[in-house]
Design a protein around this ligand. Structure first.
Ligand code: ADP
Ligand code: MG
Length: 197
């Protein structure tokens, strides 16, 4: 279950959420749309428990896959290692594909099959963003996470790539609870619901 129950949160005297309640539908994609600076990333940080509400309760699953607004890649690891390092499972019983193969598949899905051994610093911002997306989707699948958080995952991508990555998210996230933060009304085509802050 992913829900906010009468949550209030402020940074100092700046109120971001006041008595906010919302239950995200299970197994569905909810788009979160709001102007810049209105608390979308704060919502994610509350879910991840990196900040605590002053009032109210947040119920969130234990295992969460995330793609942050900034790619947050580890610079001393290769692209491939950035995907594997977050995994706790090194083997999948009963599944033929190895973790390495699944990682390679996801990197191919985001068109980075030629960059497995590259360090993040050598990639463009848009490429780093796609590594971060591939890492979240790979973690979601391999760790069987219950929730996928995506903070503006498509920003900075050109129109064709944007459309393709949107399709990838829709496919990879089937049956999972997804919170998709976006500015783009076109992304609503993959969402079951929209929360406007
Ligand atoms: P969004 O993701 O919707 O653009 P954020 O959740 O990042 O918005 O931020 C919401 C508001 O809170 C903004 O006005 C921002 O300046 C402020 N804010 C964000 N993080 C902090 C922080 N650590 N300390 C103080 N204010 C913050
Ligand atoms: Mg933000």
């Amino acid at each position: 279950m992913m829900k906010f129950d009468h949550v209030s949160f402020s940074y100092g005297d700046k109120a971001i959420f006041t008595d906010f309640s919302y239950e995200f539908p299970e197994g569905k994609i909810t788009a979160v749309m709001a102007p810049s600076g209105s608390g979308k990333t704060t919502l994610l940080n509350l879910i991840l428990r990196s900040i605590k509400p002053q009032r109210g309760t947040i119920t969130a699953p234990e295992k969460i896959a995330v793609s942050f607004q900034e790619p947050r890649l580890l610079p001393w690891f290769s692209v491939e290692e950035n995907l594997s390092v977050v995994l706790t499972k090194k083997k999948r019983p009963g599944v033929h594909a190895t973790i390495k193969e699944i990682i390679a598949d996801y990197l191919q899905s985001v068109h980075l099959e030629g960059e497995l051994k590259t360090r993040p610093d050598a990639l463009s911002g848009g490429m780093q963003k796609r590594v971060s997306l591939a890492r979240a989707l790979c973690y979601l699948q391999i760790e069987n996470a219950d929730l996928l958080l995506l903070d503006e995952p498509f920003s900075g991508l050109d129109a064709d790539l944007h459309r393709e990555m949107r399709g990838l998210v829709q496919l990879a996230a089937e049956g999972k609870t997804v919170i998709l933060i976006t500015h783009d009304e076109n992304d609503l085509c993959i969402a079951d619901r929209c929360l406007r802050l």
